[in-house]
Each structure stands twice: as C-alpha cells, then as structure tokens.
Design a binder for this molecule. Sequence first.
Ligand code: PLP
Length: 375
Amino acid sequence: MNTRIYLSPPHMSGKEIKYVEEAFATNWVAPLGPNVDKFEQELANYLNIKGVAALSSGTSAVHLALILLKVNPEDIVLCSSLTFCGSVNPVVYVGAQPVFIDSEKSTWNMDPELLEKAIKDFIKKGKKPKAIILVHIYGMPAKLDEIKAIAEKYEINLIEDAAEALGSRYKEKSAGTFGKIGILSFNGNKIITTSGGGALLSENIDYVKKAKFYATQAREDFPYYEHTEIGYNYRLSNVLAGIGRGQLEVLNNRISKKRYIHYKYKEELKNFDIFEFQEEPDERFFSNYWLTTILINSNKITNDDLRIAFENENIESRPLWKPMHLQPVFRNCISYTNGVSEKLFKKGLCLPSGTAMNDDDFNRIINVIKRTVKR
Ligand SMILES: *Cc1c(COP(=O)(O)O)cnc(C)c1O
C-alpha cells in the first residue's frame, strides 16, 4: 500500500528543535518562560499588531475574547455558520446564544446582508446582539470592509476568528487584526502548529493583559494565591511556544507552498468544468489557501464518490465544514440562511494540501481525480 497522504499534516522545518532544547536546557518546562514571551513578540511583529497572548488553543482564545467583551448569559452572539465548532462552542460556555449567519457566494464567509438583517431584527425585539464572531474560512478573508462597517454602525464588538487564516491579508492588512479581538489556532492541522495552541490578538493592550490574567487562573498580584475572579488554565507551554517560534520562521514558505498547491490544482483541473474553486474575488483579498477546496457541480459524481476514491488510494480528503445551523447540537438556535453554506457542504471537498507534499504525491492525487471523473 502507498504511504498515506494526509489533508494537512504538521510540517516541521528542523528549526523548532533548537528552541525546544533551549527550554529543556534552561528548565523552562512550564506554561510561561522566554519562548512564550518571544513567540508573542514575534507574532506581534509578523502581524503588525500591538498585543498577543499565547494560549493553549484557539477555542480558549475565543472563550477569553467573549469574557473580555463581557458577553453575558442570554446575550446574542452572531456567528459564521460555515465554521468549525471551536469558534462557536465558547458562546455556549459563557451561557450566551449563538445565532448563525450564512455565507455569501464569493468568499464563502459571513454574508453582510444577512448579518445586518439579523442585527435589525434583534434590535427590534429589544435584544441588540453583543458580539459578532467572523471566520475567514480555509484562509479566505471575509468581506471585511462591509462587515466592519456594519459592526461600527451598530456598535457591536467584532471578534475575528483567524484560526485558519494566519498570513492571509485584506488590503495588505493581516487577517485577525481587524476586530476588537482576533484569535489564531496552532492546532496540528493548521498552517503552522505548536501541536496544540492558540493566540488572542488585539490592538488594545489592556485586553491582552487581561487575557493573560484570566488564562492563569485570575491570579492577583499577591505573594500568596489571591482570587477575586474566576480564571482558567489556558496559557501555552514554554516547550510548545518553542515549536511555534521555529514554525513562525518558515510561515512565509508555508504560505507560498499552500498557494502553489492551490494554483497547481487549478491548472491540472482547468479542463474539467465540473470543478469550482474557492477563489480570491479581487486583489484586496490574499488567502493563505490553508486548504484547497473544490465544489463538484455534476450529477454523475458526488463529493463522496471522490472522497471514497481517494480513500481507496490511501489519500485523505474531507467534506467542507458542516454548517453550524445544520448541527444537531445547535438545532434550537436561530439562524439566517440563504442556502449557500448548505450547498457548499453538499458539493464541496477539501483536497490534500500538506506543505510537505512532493510531485509524486501530487500526481497520485490528480490521477485519482481524473480517473474518477472519467469513469
Ligand atoms: C481550528 C479552528 C478553531 C479552534 O482552534 P483549536 O486550536 O483547535 O481550539 C476555531 N475556529 C476555526 C475556524 C478553526 O478552524
């Protein structure tokens, strides 16, 4: 059997081990230390943002963002429906109600028109939404001008979930730096990884300081453990931050390779009119193309036919995110839909997009696609 090709496996550069060894040599094997501080500084420089708090996951970053923006029980939070559950579950952790907003066709992200409609409806009912959680799905920036204008017009805090979009840009500004608070993930499948980890981003240093406070059990500045608030154990380990520092050094290479993979798929499949790609609508949008995703517009083959054909050749692929408004766990939540994310889920497939992929791997993948289409 051929070796397995994964969707987006971790890709170490070799630079990571130096920082991990430093952590061992200096015995900084703790959820704080020099690697954590430097990783935060280096990320802040890369993104051109004032403050970064390194955390144990992207989900914990979303949770702290909601706490910092004082989202309370019963509050309404407007969320992208086409996303991973990690961007939405924290809304439930704080006792608030997620309301799902469908995608628009061009970026596959939150539809500004539906967003404004939802806001107007809730204001009419005397229940102005407390926050918006905007996702940049598969690395593609959302329609940021439109969404930001709406958030400002109605004075609703914007949280940007850039877990999949590290290195993506909109009008040359980094994804994750547009909202009051942004979040990143360094889970194993993301464009760079710390094996598990995340970050909270803000121009407002007070938010970042407060995030670090909540992430260390809300420990007050006393010689003994004094607590006036409930905290969490959400800091990133100094060992894992070492992995992150090494990964950050190759982030630009990873982005180039992801984009190369995207354009190579497009080139190889350009003669098949049944395939449609998620694409940058115009030059304002720069995607890291974390995953190359296609829609299959055919009544002969489905996304699942192709997934199974890949699986038979030991190649991993995956349907797009199942929209949150279709998830059984959120069946009682309100949603504003237009059919776009449902169609994406029905027709879409994420193609193997690992940055360590070589030409042989790529040819194996393309051959499966061509054979499946022609059969
Ligand atoms: C991965 C991901 C998260 C959660 O990050 P974790 O580090 O796995 O907790 C949140 N939102 C989106 C869109 C993601 O893809």
